[in-house]
Write a new protein. Structure first.
Length: 469
């Protein structure tokens, strides 16, 4: 591995394979942290310092070898993590465009993949970084770089639009006692996600186009869905179609989700594909609503669909979301069966959730699935405990890093407490609250869980309060 001050992608594309490197994880990155991540094969989030402290897997070199990784790194000092850096691999059959199993976006490479790939190549094993043919790799990378910038530019405003639309639909349904708005409140999140995926699939990421389409299209689609789904059977069918379609996109076209305005943040290196805490929280409410509509006879089938979308390596690859979904459906099953949530049943449910989560990950791995979830569980209880402790540290630092995350988290928690005190109680709302309680423990972005969880719970409350009017 050779660190170079600059790299001509077009020239190196004629000799090997080229790509773009994300140098860190989080809003900030430093030259010191990127160099440490390069040789250690591990990224430390910016919230916890940004500099990993592990034993190096490789040493940097000055001269080429049979297979050489050429990498450009950020300059000394701290910088905004909004730039990708060129990387090239020469030799070993590398030609065209670099691919990484950790990003699932052709052309985009995580800095944590470089050292392990060098080690695997030395051992004669398949590395995380491979390549695929490309007629014009440098042009493809330029287009990818533009798309990443545009999706980042649109993301903040789209999130704000989504929050305001969910709030308006939920509060409006409760105030006006409108069944139509109640159903729309339930459909806002899947409508917004579907619209964001459609725009990404059409290569539309420019903020000036995406923002107005999402602002106008999301409430219109939610209202249209509410009009169409005027019966329980129709609403159940619509929810199942939306959830299953999301899973198909995640599995078949992961880059569509990754480059959408609602989805992972590959430009910041925290999550490249699958579901984030935000999207898994947004999917939770519609999934539980579908389970409630299906009832006990079909609850397990709906739960399996939700678990497949959230937890499998080929789709959501969200280990925390897997436990949250299992908890939500477990509580929903108890409530639909009209069983009280006694201490003994809660403890039994907790044990069942952990066992079922490990079983799902094991089945996924046995079937060839591979993600950070299967690797974390496969490394054993000690590594899993370390991962949870690290997540807890990141979780605490997130809401306290600046005033806005703190205010959003606090507001979300206040709304959740208010919803939790409403009477009469609803089985599906209780299930949502239980899932969110687990999410605060196992996930590392409480601001997303609190904000979108509160809005999702509000939508469920509005739907249930107006469904029978």
């Amino acid at each position: 591995m050779i660190v170079v001050p600059k790299l001509d992608l077009q020239s190196f594309a004629q000799r090997g394979a080229v790509g773009l490197l994300v140098p860190g994880s989080g809003a900030k990155v430093s030259g010191r942290g990127a160099r440490a991540a390069l040789v250690q094969g591990r990224v430390e989030p910016a919230l916890t310092g940004g500099v990993p402290d592990e034993e190096p897997l490789v040493e940097l070199a000055q001269r080429p070898a049979d297979v050489s990784f050429y990498v450009v790194l950020p300059p000394p000092g701290e910088h905004t993590n909004d730039r990708r850096y060129p990387i090239a691999v020469v030799g070993g059959g590398y030609h065209g465009l670099l691919e990484s199993s950790s990003t699932r976006i052709p052309g985009l490479v995580s800095i944590a993949d470089v050292a392990p790939s060098a080690v695997d190549l030395e051992a004669g094993e398949k590395p995380a970084i491979t390549s695929k043919p490309s007629a014009d790799a440098s042009t493809e990378l330029a287009g990818l770089d533009r798309r990443l910038d545009r999706s980042r530019d649109a993301r903040g405003t789209v999130d704000l639009i989504l929050m305001l639309t969910m709030l308006a639909a939920g509060a409006g349904a409760l105030l006006l006692r409108s069944p139509l708005l109640g159903r729309a409140a339930l459909l806002v999140a899947p409508a917004a996600i579907s619209l964001a995926l459609l725009l990404s699939g059409l290569d539309v990421e420019r903020a000036g186009v995406v923002v107005p389409i999402v602002a106008v299209g999301t409430p219109l689609l939610a209202l249209a869905g509410a009009l169409l789904a005027s019966t329980r059977a129709r609403l159940l069918a619509l929810l199942l179609v939306l959830i299953a379609s999301y899973g198909v996109v995640l599995a078949a076209w992961p880059e569509v989700s990754s480059l959408a305005a609602i989805g992972p943040h590959p430009d910041h290196g925290g999550r490249y594909y699958g579901l984030t805490n935000q999207t898994s929280t947004l999917v939770l409410a519609p999934s539980l609503a579908a389970g409630a509509l299906a009832g006990l006879p079909w609850l397990a089938a709906v739960g399996l669909l939700a678990l497949a979308v959230v937890g499998l390596s080929a789709t959501g690859a969200d280990g925390g979301g897997l436990l949250v979904t299992l908890t939500g459906f477990g509580v929903l099953a108890l409530r639909l069966a009209e069983l009280r949530l006694t201490l003994g049943r809660v403890v039994a449910l907790g044990a069942a959730v952990v066992a079922a989560g490990v079983l799902v990950v094991g089945i996924d791995a046995a079937g060839g699935g591979s993600s950070h979830v299967t690797r974390a569980v496969g490394d054993g209880p000690g590594a899993l405990a370390d991962d949870l402790a690290h997540r807890a540290d990141v979780s605490f630092r997130g809401p306290t890093s600046s005033p806005l995350p703190f205010l959003l988290t606090s507001a979300g928690l206040i709304v959740l407490v208010w919803i939790g005190t409403r009477r009469p109680r609803s089985a599906v709302v209780d299930a949502m609250l239980a899932g969110l309680a687990v999410s605060f423990v196992v996930n590392d972005t409480p601001q997303s869980v609190a904000t979108f969880g509160a809005l999702g719970a509000l939508g469920l409350l509005a739907w249930r309060r107006t469904a029978d009017l």
